[in-house]
Design a binder for this molecule. Structure first.
Ligand code: ADP
Ligand code: MG
Length: 561
């Protein structure tokens, strides 16, 4: 501390570059401060620091296995975030002067680089805007931030005496229950589970926090009710969605998309109090939608779309500007390629001609390459074991192909399977259902050289917020990748792509699998560029990493795994 104090005194009022002298580590009372990377000027991205406590006196049961550890690290990240808000004044001069930050978590609980809990220490990774007046060092302000505010944050958030043990235990127990429940799904023959009492709607379309007022808690129809025994919470009841084809029907604004979206986020764990803690889906579930304008590189969409105009084959379909239907077909083929056991499809975000083609249109238009999704859902389940939950408001033909129908009325779910059968009896099916086989899409080899990272003299592959990967000159648009939860996942995907670019040509699945293998062995830190603070990352799924690389416009592929 003393050393830091005198170092600051020495550089006071010097040019901002003098802050470089602070690189290194400093011993504080009870923790070590590492200053890993010093920003170039007050307007540049903030400096990266780590704070490592000299011991870990938290109850060891809070982090005794990998699931609990991730949950506890998530808990502590939020504690630091809260302490920073309470303690740090911020705004102490030009640019980002005086700002202190830790990676901002969403409502999901994910492995992140922000916190490391080990048997003998706890380490928080943060960013600090080193204070400046104009462009010179402001040592007085820096002292206030680094020698007063920071120790206070550590004291409040990372010392067991000041922590609320019950909240920490609840956090860990809740996440552990959700993981357990998700792992239970296959043995119950289910693809998803929604606990009774869950609060599905969100505060707004732009927020992932729960709706606080007038939310109607979820209640399972008796026919779909399943009881499970969780390790911490004990017995819990809720709606089990079995494998096969499930239709979610109902009038407009009755909560269909909200239910489907909750299922899509059910691949991740949620913080206690979220309302969706016990809404879980198969971890490989993929929400797929139309995304016209996206680029597609060599994807086998032949199961969905036959020969295109000009005799173009669809076994290796490429386009810099896919249509609504071809983009949706590509999204499905890519989900199958990287591996999924559950497709989630919402009519709202689907291409109509991809979903259905009625009798009259069939008669009028003979040269239609698309075999609509309605003809695909059953074969997908029968030949590939891939289940589908599809939200439909307008297209009753889907009643023909559904194993069950969940009806939503005023946000209340009921089992309408029997009624649907009667309806089908009264209005005969549109055409005899042919039971065709579908094949998995052909695998692709990625041409590593097509991933061009060059941007002027430098090479870049980084996340820019939640929805963009900046790759060389290109801004890869991920705004239609619906299960991307945090900017940290986007950053991690960008760094994975950097590795792909540096490697040789390989199968997409192999590449993505290997990147995730590296993370599972060395943690997300293994994707860091230098030792010390690795940057702000959260763990993405294989599906999101694949989705990111699949949207690179320069991407080229060839056949082969
Ligand atoms: P649909 O897809 O059937 O048209 P949405 O799922 O978009 O309907 O929901 C319509 C509106 O109702 C949204 O604003 C949503 O937040 C809200 N909503 C959904 N489920 C509930 C619920 N259980 N309780 C209260 N409001 C809800
Ligand atoms: Mg909707």
């Amino acid at each position: 501390m003393q050393r830091l104090r005198s170092a600051l005194d020495r550089i006071d009022r010097k040019g901002y570059g003098a802050y470089k002298d602070l690189s290194g580590s400093f011993e504080f009372d009870g923790f070590t401060l590492f200053i890993d990377r010093v920003q170039r000027d007050p307007f540049a991205p903030p400096s990266l620091i780590r704070v490592r406590t000299k011991e870990n006196r938290f109850d060891p049961t809070l982090f005794e296995n990998p699931v609990r550890r991730v949950a506890f690290e998530d808990f502590l990240t939020r504690e630091v975030d809260r302490a920073v808000r309470d303690v740090v004044r911020g705004d102490r001069g030009s640019g980002g002067s005086g700002r202190v930050e830790i990676q901002r978590p969403s409502q999901k609980v994910l492995p992140r680089t922000s916190m490391v809990v080990e048997g003998d220490f706890v380490e928080a990774r943060m960013a600090v805007g080193l204070p400046a007046r104009g462009r010179s060092v402001d040592a007085r302000a820096a002292r206030a931030v680094l020698l007063e505010e920071l120790p206070e944050v550590v004291d409040r958030a990372l010392r067991p005496e000041n922590a609320d043990p019950d909240r920490a235990r609840l956090h860990v127990a809740s996440v552990e229950d959700a993981e357990y429940l998700r792992n239970l799904l296959p043995s119950l023959g289910l693809v998803a589970f929604v606990a009774d009492g869950s609060v599905l709607p969100r505060e707004s379309g732009a927020s992932d926090r729960p709706l606080r007022e007038n939310a109607v808690p979820f209640e399972s129809p008796a026919e779909f009710r399943v009881e499970v025994e969780l390790p911490n919470r004990g017995g819990v009841t809720g709606m089990g969605i079995p494998e096969g084809v499930t239709l979610v029907a109902g009038g407009g604004f009755h909560g269909k998309s909200t239910l489907l979206s909750a299922l899509a986020w059910g691949v991740y764990d949620h913080v206690p109090g979220d309302g969706r803690e016990l809404v879980v889906a198969r971890p490989d579930a993929a929400k797929v939608r139309a995304e016209d304008g996206r680029s597609v590189a060599g994807v086998d969409i032949s199961a969905m779309i036959g020969e295109l105009p000009g005799g173009r084959s669809t076994e290796s379909f490429s386009s810099p500007n896919a249509s609504g239907s071809t983009s949706q077909a590509a999204n499905i083929a890519e989900a199958l390629e990287i591996g999924t056991s559950l497709l989630l499809v919402d009519e709202d975000t689907s291409a109509t001609n991809f979903m259905i083609r009625d009798e009259r249109m069939r008669d009028l238009v003979r040269r239609e390459p698309i075999s609509p999704f309605i003809d695909l859902v059953r074969p997908l389940h029968l030949s590939l074991g891939v289940s589908t939950v599809v939200v439909v408001g307008g297209v009753g033909d889907y009643l023909d192909v559904a194993d069950r129908v969940i009806l939503l009325e005023d946000y209340a779910a009921s089992d309408a399977t029997q009624r649907a059968r009667e309806v089908v009896g009264r209005f005969p099916p549109r055409a005899p259902l042919e039971d065709r086989e579908v094949q998995r899409p052909k695998p692709r080899r990625l041409r590593a050289g097509s991933l061009d990272l060059r941007r002027g003299k430098r090479e870049t592959a980084r996340g820019r917020g939640l929805h963009t990967v900046e790759l060389g000159q290109e801004q890869v648009d991920l705004s239609s990748v619906e299960q991307l939860a945090e900017a940290g996942q986007t950053e991690a995907a960008a760094r994975a792509i950097r590795r792909f670019a540096a490697g040789g040509d390989r199968g997409l699945g192999e590449m993505v699998g290997e990147a995730l293998e590296i993370i599972s062995e060395g943690g997300l830190d293994a994707l860091g560029h230098f030792s010390g603070h690795p940057g702000e990352m959260s763990l993405p799924r294989a599906q999101e990493v694949a989705a990111a690389v699949n949207r690179v416009r320069s991407l080229r592929t060839g056949p082969g795994a």
